[in-house]
Design a protein around this ligand. Sequence first.
Ligand code: NAD
Ligand code: MG
Length: 297
Amino acid sequence: MSEHLSQDTQRAGKERISPPEQRQPEPGLDQKLEPRADHGERSYRGRDRLTGKRALITGGDSGIGAAVAIAFAREGADVALAYLPAEEPDAIRIASILDEAGVQVQHLPGDLRERSYRDSLVDQAAKALGGLDILVNNAGKQVSVPSLEQLRDEQIEATFDVNIFAMFALSRAALKVLPEGGSIINTTSIQAFDPSDHLMDYAATKGAISNFTKSLASQAARRGIRVNAVAPGPIWTPLQPSDGQPIEALPEFGHDTWLGRAGQPVEVSPAYVFLASDEASYILGSTVHVNGGKNQP
Ligand code: NAD
Ligand code: MG
């Protein structure tokens, strides 16, 4: 058994978890997450639903993006992973799992706040993979701050930069390279519809992403490109203990859903596979809600 699979025996399954209080600097690492998240390493089975497609996944090193990368690779897609350079240890581990699926894997680290990187990322991915069929806009920044008075302009700007301004730039570039039948999938959030007061800037970007998804979907449809969104609820990822939640809220994270537990990244990736696949050929401007049960639009 390879090294990463033996590590996975300690990963959380679909049981209710009560993570201990913990804190990591941004961006968090899956390697330091307690318990480790389940990205489908052992469980995700592909069914040739993306064979021959080429995908760029931002934030593909960990959490939801890593689960999407594993699922896409096992469905037969070549994958370019974008992530921050500090996340190289997580990216290397995920890339080794993709390698075992026998697909092409490319590493494109960089900071989406830097214009030169975000303006060239899609072209870099298309060049590395020999074309591009799918863009997953998944990178995100979430920092909990208790009050508007304590929310600094620098944080608001950074959150908007990573979560929504980069999405405009990447999508603009993708419209130039995606073929007819191509697909863009944006990660929004339950926060777009039911914002928490301590995530004011983050929730505002997620509302913007939901709205952007609809107007872009209408424009891109004229080129035969489908644009949709996934809105996760509470999912156990490194985002949460790297100031994404107040530390004392972590043991109860996700316990307020109808299922009474947080979700794992592997429970979100099938929505991306479906939206990316040709089976979703008549689905545009839609949002798939993956949240363990919460009131939703
Ligand atoms: P995560 O920390 O595993 O992934 C977020 C990724 O964003 C990081 O791995 C990092 O690569 C990337 N990123 C952050 N800042 C960046 C920057 N400046 N430049 C380049 N990349 C950067 O956490 P996750 O929860 O899997 O987050 C993925 C997406 O899911 C985010 O958009 C997040 O808002 C969204 N989301 C998460 C939850 C949840 O409960 N975990 C719920 C709803 C939505
Ligand atoms: Mg990460």
